[in-house]
Write a protein that binds this ligand. Structure first.
Ligand SMILES: Nc1ncnc2c1ncn2[C@@H]1O[C@H](COP(=O)(O)OP(=O)(O)OP(=O)(O)O)[C@@H](O)[C@H]1O
Ligand SMILES: [Mg+2]
Length: 268
């Protein structure tokens, strides 16, 4: 039986981690069904809950276990380091961590010190909200699966759609997300294409915010964590497209979405 459980109660998903036979055991619950995680911890009444995330208070009120509150940004960076060490992933000392959760939070890490630099409301919650408004779909896996098949041509306006062959920068770069209104009026717009454009817009916006932060801390290494990358290959591909152009290296560590939960488990 686990004597401690690390919990990251986020705006959309609650991530838990505990040790079982010396192995980390990871679980994800939906924050909108918070009673599911309460039922689960009720089977572990002897365990102390180390809780982080924006919904930490809401969850703490519903459980009978002993609880300790862990600050989110500390948990995220220390948990991330622990996951990187466990995965034997070799990272330079100095890098940027971009946590794309419901919202997006950007941190600089240098050796053992970490600092939150900023954030944006453009993130996984925006993906879900706009996907719903634009296509009526609400299932994350359906949205990402469809987006993978989508075609951004004819919805996004590319540089070459304006300049033709004489473009001063890469013609395939986006000039205007969702900006090809003339073409949209002429042809049928499929849900899969809209969703591909949505993921394109969100990934490009996050990257354009992250790159200047990376430059200010003199790093080209950007580590992306958060559940928004789970089973979402298009999101990764869209970010990786820019590695060469902006001379950056993007990392997507395995289990990165559990950084907060692991950091909470290991706290003090
Ligand atoms: N099964 C799922 N259900 C809903 N959203 C999912 C699911 N899997 C991945 N996602 C995506 O992950 C996002 C949530 O990511 P994450 O769990 O990192 O955020 P959070 O910790 O809940 O939020 P925050 O840290 O901003 O409070 C969702 O907005 C959605 O885009
Ligand atoms: Mg979170």
């Amino acid at each position: 039986m686990a004597n401690k459980i690390g919990i990251d109660a986020g705006g959309t998903l609650i991530k838990t981690v505990h040790l079982e036979n010396e192995k980390y055991c990871y679980q994800t619950f939906s924050t909108s069904n918070i009673s599911d995680v309460v039922s689960w911890v009720n089977n572990h009444k002897e365990a102390k809950l180390m809780i982080t995330g924006g919904k930490q208070m809401a969850l703490a009120k519903l459980v009978e276990n002993e609880v300790e509150m862990v600050p989110e940004f500390e948990a995220t960076t220390s948990g991330f380091r622990a996951l990187v060490d466990r995965a034997k992933l070799h990272l330079p000392d100095n890098y940027l961590v971009v946590n794309v959760g419901t919202g997006t939070s950007i941190h600089s890490v240098n050796g053992q010190s970490a600092e939150r630099l900023g954030g944006t409301g453009v993130g996984g919650g925006m993906l879900m909200g706009l996907a719903y408004l634009l296509t009526g779909r609400t299932d994350f896996h359906e949205i990402t699966r469809l987006a993978e098949k989508g075609d951004r041509n004819g919805i996004d306006l590319k540089v070459k759609d304006i300049y033709g062959d004489a473009s001063p920068i890469g013609g395939d770069l986006t000039a205007s997300n969702f900006g090809f209104i003339e073409r949209m009026k002429q042809q049928e717009v499929k849900d899969e294409d809209v969703l591909a454009c949505l993921i394109g817009m969100i990934s490009e916006s996050i990257l354009m915010m992250a790159i200047p932060f990376a430059k200010t801390i003199s790093t080209s290494n950007i580590v992306f964590i958060g559940s928004t990358f789970q089973s979402n290959p298009l999101f990764r591909q869209q970010l990786e497209r820019f590695e060469e152009l902006f001379d950056i290296k993007a990392y997507f560590p395995h289990l990165g979405q559990f950084s907060g939960a692991v950091g909470a488990l290991l706290y003090r």
